[in-house]
Design a protein around this ligand. Structure first.
Ligand code: ZN
Length: 428
């Protein structure tokens, strides 16, 4: 069949998946499954007791099995390639490294400059009381405005937010609410709505087969981060939404200006917890994990030395050091469930989203006016046409090149962050 056609895509992708699966012996899969269940149990317990040693044997077992998995998959360059492939097909460790190190070279000094600024945005109002009932109504209203289709989906409450499609016309998104921290649920909903809009934009007639599937975790994340950040943390978005927000929470926000609110939700500050990190420091959290998991997989770093290596990297890249393992090496669930090679897809998502959004803005002649008038349909249609409807026909990098005419590059994200954040801190 013709390359990139639906038929060719089905054959190519099912064959790729089949080739991968047949290399993995059943006993290894069984051991990995057991180890990941045990791993999550001990991870939880270690977090509760703030003691890495409780988790250490389980993680040692997981790393050992993941080494076996990578070896069974017959990588050509490095073990990490074999595991990365599961989450970001056709991507390679060396190419991810170029992207992530490029981000670090630009962003570490940039964050450092911001930290040296006298100007720090006032943001105490973000942690005042925001009644949960009102947060729910607002979140639903905004998700609907962006284009999440509630006739084919739901928004519910959970401990850990996610998006899941149960059928072509049944996409569930969830979030968690904190009555004293506005950004948690609000930007969480925008994020998950972005994932949901991608799922809802897929071709239903190909449901369950590659032309109707999402490309990769990184591309999935590009859609959520685009709606959360490029749209949801933009000044134009808030020109339209700020008075609505004030009408929901008048006592907290009646004396806060739009500019002040905008600066607060974009504040850059090195922090310990990845999921709460701002746009500029977020990718540094990923690079740290990316390097540590490779070191463990290659046998260069013993699991027992992981907490120390973790803390050292946080000190080097972010200038802060966790005081306990729950806020440090034990903060994420991924490694405990055997997900090694997953983390870089978050940063790739940011990189894809900046490149896509830059190009969409050019194609559409600027999105700012649309956003400030509450018009999100042009952008949503652009994403659907260019990304959602193509299913798995192209690899992530092929799609980036096809849409933007350029190779994937970290520079779009760096430019976007510098252009947006510099004025907030009076940097030229
Ligand atoms: Zn996500």
């Amino acid at each position: 069949a013709e390359k990139y056609s639906d038929t060719e895509t089905v054959i190519r992708e099912l064959k790729r998946e089949w080739n991968r699966q047949i290399k993995l012996p059943a006993p290894l899969i069984e051991k990995l499954t057991h180890a990941s269940v045990r791993g999550q149990h001990f991870w939880q317990e270690a977090r509760r007791q703030d003691d890495f040693k409780i988790f250490q044997p389980a993680l040692e077992e997981i790393i050992g099995l993941k080494q076996q998995e990578a070896d069974a998959l017959e990588f050509t360059t490095c073990r990490y390639d074999a595991l990365l492939e599961e989450y970001e097909p056709y991507e390679t460790t060396s190419n991810v490294r170029i992207i992530l190190e490029g981000l670090r070279d630009e962003l570490v000094p940039f964050v450092h400059t911001i930290m040296g600024c006298e100007k720090t945005p006032e943001n105490a109002f973000l942690t005042k009381h925001y009644p949960i009932g009102d947060q729910k109504r607002l979140g639903r209203q905004v998700a609907e405005t962006l284009g999440f289709d509630f006739s084919r989906g739901r928004l519910d409450t959970t401990v850990h937010p996610f998006c899941s499609s149960l059928a072509p016309h049944d996409t569930r998104i969830t979030t968690r609410y904190d009555a004293y921290r506005f950004p948690t649920a609000f930007f969480g909903i925008l994020h998950e709505a972005g994932h949901g809009i991608y799922e809802q934009g897929l071709r239903a007639d190909w449901y369950g087969l590659p032309p109707g599937e999402t490309i990769s975790l990184g591309i999935h994340e590009s859609q959520s981060r685009l709606w959360e950040n490029q749209v949801g943390r933009s000044l134009d978005f808030w020109k339209y939404h700020f008075s609505l927000l004030q009408s929901y929470f008048p006592t907290v926000l009646e004396r806060v200006s739009l500019d002040c609110f905008y600066a607060a939700i974009n504040d850059v500050r090195p922090s310990l917890i990845r999921v709460e990190a701002d746009e500029a420091t977020y990718n540094l959290h990923i690079l740290i994990r990316f390097e540590l998991e490779q070191a463990m997989l290659n046998g260069d770093l013993a699991v027992r030395d992981l907490p120390e290596a973790w803390n050292r990297k946080y000190q080097d890249d972010l200038g802060i050091c966790p005081q306990n393992v729950a806020e440090g090496v034990l903060q994420d669930i991924h490694w405990s469930s055997g997900a090694i090679g997953y983390f870089p897809t978050y940063a790739l998502g940011n990189v894809y989203s900046a490149q896509f959004f830059g190009h969409a803005t050019e194609d559409l002649g600027g999105c700012g006016t649309d956003f400030s008038e509450g018009q999100f349909e042009p952008l949503r249609s652009w994403l659907k046409q260019n990304i959602h409807l193509t299913g798995k026909c192209y690899s992530a990098r092929e799609l980036v090149h096809r849409i933007t005419g350029k190779e994937l590059s970290h520079t779009y994200l760096v430019d976007y962050l510098k252009n947006k954040l510099s004025p907030l801190y009076n940097l030229s």
